[in-house]
Ligand binder design. Structure first.
Ligand code: NAD
Length: 300
């Protein structure tokens, strides 16, 4: 193995420390406590785990964390009324509606009902437009985390060839916008891309956000390239015992690490940065809403 392992867990710890410092200063200097509301509709087990860990991280950073749970069959109107209340609540600076939502609820309508200034997921159409036009926006947490790690590793990304695999609104598209903002030459690849390995071989930076375990193999990677593995896939792990599973990324770690210059592992790579960036975005939202300067080191 030749690649440097980019330790997302350690990097996320430094971001969370910075966040906690900002939170302490907001309290001392301005009497403000950043507040994050997380809304969960239904009882999806994975969503429950995410919501719990977001709540815990918020409190550890010294913020106010409030959790709202609605029944799986709660009418859309009830959720929209809750969002209206949170939009108007001065103690709440960030609102996150955990996705996916049950099928009777129009997720786009709900996301676009959030005050864009409190949209810490960066999914509101206004924030998408602001990011796309290079203006100050709330940036989706996972791509923001990838960008922070890439900047930390490379310094300037200007002129680099970047290939983003996956075109989702949550990861692929905003990641591509951020890399374009860093003056990379950006290719977005997806399920219909022809000769994907050849496209990926051109890249100095590869961001894989697909949801297919181990799809990207070492022979796709240009020697020395940086590989950001966003994928989180649970696969059977009979070597750990019957019925056991483990998490893997979209990149085959061992073969990619032989060729890459740097790579994020799964788990312990991009994942921990997502929650750290949610906390960072909540601080950013709190400062912006209160007319304060941008928090150093926490924005795109
Ligand atoms: P998605 O399903 O919305 O999008 C997947 C994308 O992959 C699509 O654009 C599709 O075109 C592309 N794709 C599918 N098959 C392909 C193929 N064979 N070749 C090339 N492209 C292909 O998924 P998403 O929400 O963007 O998530 C992607 C992965 O990232 C998932 O594993 C998800 O669990 C993970 N994820 C991780 C974090 C994190 O915090 N680390 C956050 C969000 C998502």
């Amino acid at each position: 193995m030749s690649a440097k392992i980019i330790d997302g867990k350690a990097f996320a710890a430094t971001v969370r420390e910075k966040v906690a410092g900002h939170v302490a200063r907001l309290k001392e200097e301005h009497g403000l406590t950043p507040g994050l509301a997380v809304v969960l509709v239904g009882e999806d087990p994975a969503s429950q785990v995410y919501v719990r860990s977001k709540g815990k991280a918020t409190k550890e950073a010294g913020m106010l964390g409030v959790e709202y749970r609605l029944d799986v069959d709660a009418p859309q109107g009830e959720l929209l009324r809750l969002i209206d209340d949170l939009n108007a609540n001065p103690a709440i600076h960030g609102i996150l509606v955990q996705l996916p939502l049950p099928s009777h609820i129009d997720a786009d309508l709900v996301i676009n009902a959030i005050d864009p200034a409190k949209d810490v997921d960066g999914f509101h159409i206004s924030n998408v437009g602001l990011l796309g036009t290079g203006q100050k926006s709330m940036v989706p947490c996972t791509p923001l985390g990838c960008l922070m790690m890439l900047r930390d590793h490379h310094g300037s990304l200007s002129g680099m060839d970047a290939v983003v695999i996956g075109r989702s609104n949550i990861v692929g598209k905003p990641m591509a916008q951020l890399l374009l903002g860093e003056s990379c030459t950006v290719t977005i690849a997806h399920s219909r891309t022809k000769d994907l390995p050849e496209v990926v071989r051109r890249a100095d930076i590869v961001v894989a956000a697909v949801g297919r375990p181990g799809m990207v193999t070492g022979d796709w990677i240009k020697p020395g390239a940086t590989v950001m593995d966003v994928g989180i896939n649970r696969i059977d792990a009979p070597e750990k015992g019957e019925g056991k599973t483990r998490l893997v990324g979209d990149c085959d770690f061992d073969s990619c690490a032989e060729v890459a210059g740097a790579i994020t592992p799964v788990p312990g790579g991009v994942g921990p940065m997502t929650i750290a960036c949610l906390l960072a975005n909540t601080v950013t939202a709190c400062r912006r809403i209160n007319g304060l300067a941008e928090p150093e080191g926490l924005t795109a």
